[in-house]
Write a protein that binds this ligand. Structure first.
Ligand code: 13P
Ligand code: SF4
Length: 298
């Protein structure tokens, strides 16, 4: 049996579900049961009857799956797949911001640690951020840790006052897109679609701003697309729509998303490693914020 066949067999025998984010390497996307954006994967984790969830993505995604399924075994195939954006926010920063803006609600991006989520009123993803923030009863809303996503929300909800926390939080992969990428894409032709983690000026110049799941949903109407996000989103789109052309930047690589190999996934299923373990109190508080998001912004 080759590696992929062994994975398929173990998956069935152990009643495991393999979830993979749209930025995972092609070999992982090909073997996963569900490939999707952060929201779709959180919902799939919440609804599964599987005994084990193997999460191919970065740690905050696997933690979210665990928080929604405290009684299930949730595994991540490598220990050190993390999100540098999530690391830019700490609970202390949230506590200080709440003190400074006592009437503000706190909406945290799903790209945040479980400890931070425990201090949020509600969580959002790039797919539902506008809907979630619009539903907040306060005029002032603290949004973190991605300041570009905060700017996107502000642009869509001018009647609210969005306070980015920290003021300059960003993802190094999306921050690399510049006006040169827009100029090159315009010369090449086709539409430009970008993720809301791109800088505000890039969002303004793009034809569409969307989560990775939003890109999948909008692509049937697309001709040629210049896709300003992580490069393996291109693999996902080309697999789903093989007759379309999707241009991506080959150096737009999220290093942590590439840490999981097929061999790691196989080892994870075999030895049931590495299990996500979180303090029960943190899980309970974070769960209420995540479930609120699913209720509002599914
Ligand atoms: P999506 O929820 O749009 O998939 O985004 C997750 C992410 O980490 C983008 O960098
Ligand atoms: Fe985090 Fe950026 Fe990687 Fe998304 S692409 S997981 S935000 S580092």
């Amino acid at each position: 049996m080759n590696c992929r066949e062994e994975i398929e067999t173990l998956k069935k025998n152990k009643k495991a579900l393999i979830l993979a984010h749209n930025y995972q390497p092609p070999a992982i996307q090909d073997v996963a049961d569900v490939v999707g954006d952060s929201l779709e994967l959180a919902v799939a984790a919440k609804e599964t009857e599987a005994r084990i969830i193997v999460f191919c993505g970065v740690d905050f995604m696997a933690e979210t799956a665990k928080i929604l399924n405290p009684e299930k075994k949730v595994l991540i195939p490598v220990k050190d797949a993390t999100c540098p954006l999530a690391a830019q926010l700490t609970p202390e920063m949230i506590i200080a911001a709440r003190r400074k803006y006592p009437s503000a609600k706190v909406v945290l991006y799903i790209n945040s640690t479980a400890e931070c989520k425990a201090y949020a009123d509600v969580i959002c993803t790039s797919a539902n951020a506008v809907k979630v923030v619009r539903s907040m009863p306060s005029r002032e809303v603290i949004v973190g840790p991605d300041a570009n996503l905060a700017a996107y929300i502000q642009d869509n909800i001018p009647e609210k006052c969005i306070i980015p926390l920290p003021a300059t939080g960003n993802c190094y992969v999306h921050q690399m897109f510049s006006e040169d990428d827009i100029r090159e894409a315009r010369l090449r032709g086709g539409k430009i679609v970008c993720h809301p983690e791109c800088r505000p000026e890039i969002q303004k110049m793009a034809d569409l701003v969307a989560s990775t799941g939003g890109m999948v949903r909008s692509a049937p109407d697309a001709g040629t697309w210049n896709v300003l996000t992580e490069k393996d989103m291109g693999y996902r789109l080309r697999t789903l729509y093989p007759d379309r052309i999707f241009y991506t930047r080959e150096d737009a690589v999220c290093e942590d998303m590439k840490k999981i190999s097929l061999e790691d996934l196989l080892a994870s299923l075999k030895s049931e490693q590495y299990e996500i373990i979180l303090p029960p109190g943190v899980m309970e508080r974070a769960r209420s914020a995540i479930e609120k998001m699913i209720e509002i912004g599914r």
